[in-house]
Design a protein around this ligand. Structure first.
Ligand SMILES: Nc1ncnc2c1ncn2[C@@H]1O[C@H](COP(=O)(O)OP(=O)(O)OP(=O)(O)O)[C@@H](O)[C@H]1O
Ligand SMILES: [Mg+2]
Length: 249
């Protein structure tokens, strides 16, 4: 589903601040795989997401999604089939618009339609049903401005927006890190449910090693712009938080 071949990204080339954030990254992710990504601050995890989502272009290498080479495809085109959620619950939603309006815009964008277009009643009903199936009570708050929802509710909404129409790839960048423990748990459970029910190919960055091993099907560790560990199957089942902590230096 996703293939990164020899991907490199250097910031501030030819200056004192030159820094290679991605160093010859090779990563192949199969359809339906759920990969958790760990690694110290500055390891290159978010940069990896940036080059996959197109918010930055890599310097060399290739990125293939499905059968398409997206290495140099503009971000707005990728946004219709790659969902991305950030740590900051303020990102990804328009705070002054209502929950209903935000969901409609997300829906129109994922279906490649003019976001100012008029959705049909059937489409509006679909969105509402989708929301109520999550049991968060948010379907009763369609007219509430997003900015008035709590951080946890907003992350739940962002997750719904990114998956309203099944994306080819879902990128989660520490999306529960800014939440209180209870909200983090709710959003984590919601992530599990949405990803499993729709079999969405997903990559999730987390600093929580225990949830990195607990969630998903495969765990990779990044260090200095490279993938230094790739665990799946039996080997992953046997891994412990202790054993992974020992690999951090
Ligand atoms: N736009 C940029 N300009 C210059 N340097 C950058 C830029 N973005 C990232 N970097 C540098 O690239 C390196 C990797 O950053 P990145 O944000 O990918 O790390 P990360 O693994 O996501 O870390 P964290 O866990 O702290 O979020 C860091 O040294 C960072 O300072
Ligand atoms: Mg980061």
């Amino acid at each position: 589903m996703l293939k990164l071949n020899s991907v490199n990204k250097t910031f501030n080339r030819n200056s004192l601040d030159e820094h290679q954030a991605l160093n010859n990254v090779n990563l192949h992710v199969a359809e339906g795989e759920f990969v958790t990504i760990i690694g110290g601050n500055g390891a290159g995890k978010s940069t990896l997401f940036n080059v996959i989502s197109g918010s930055m272009l890599c310097d060399s290498g290739e990125i293939i999604l499905g059968s398409e080479d997206i290495t140099y495809m503009p971000e707005y085109k990728r946004a219709s089939f790659i969902g991305r959620i950030f740590q900051d619950p303020m990102k990804g939603t328009a705070p002054n618009m209502t929950l209903g309006e935000n969901l409609l815009i997300a829906y129109m964008r994922s279906t490649n339609r003019n976001i100012m277009g008029v959705p049909s009643k059937k489409e509006k009903d679909y969105i509402k049903e989708h929301l109520s199936s999550l049991d968060l009570g948010l379907e009763n708050r369609m007219n509430t401005k997003i900015g008035l929802l709590s951080g946890g509710q907003r992350q739940a909404v962002t997750l719904v927006m990114a998956t309203l129409v099944k994306p080819m790839l879902l990128l989660l960048d520490e999306h529960t890190a800014a939440l209180d423990p209870l909200s983090a748990k709710t959003v984590t459970e919601l992530t599990k449910k949405i990803v499993a029910e729709n079999n969405i190919t997903s990559l999730m960055i987390t600093h929580n090693i225990s949830s990195a091993l607990d969630l998903g099907t495969r765990t990779i560790m990044m260090d200095s712009g490279s993938i230094v560990m790739d665990l799946k199957g039996e080997e992953r089942k046997k891994a412990s938080v202790q054993s992974l902590l020992a690999k951090f230096n």
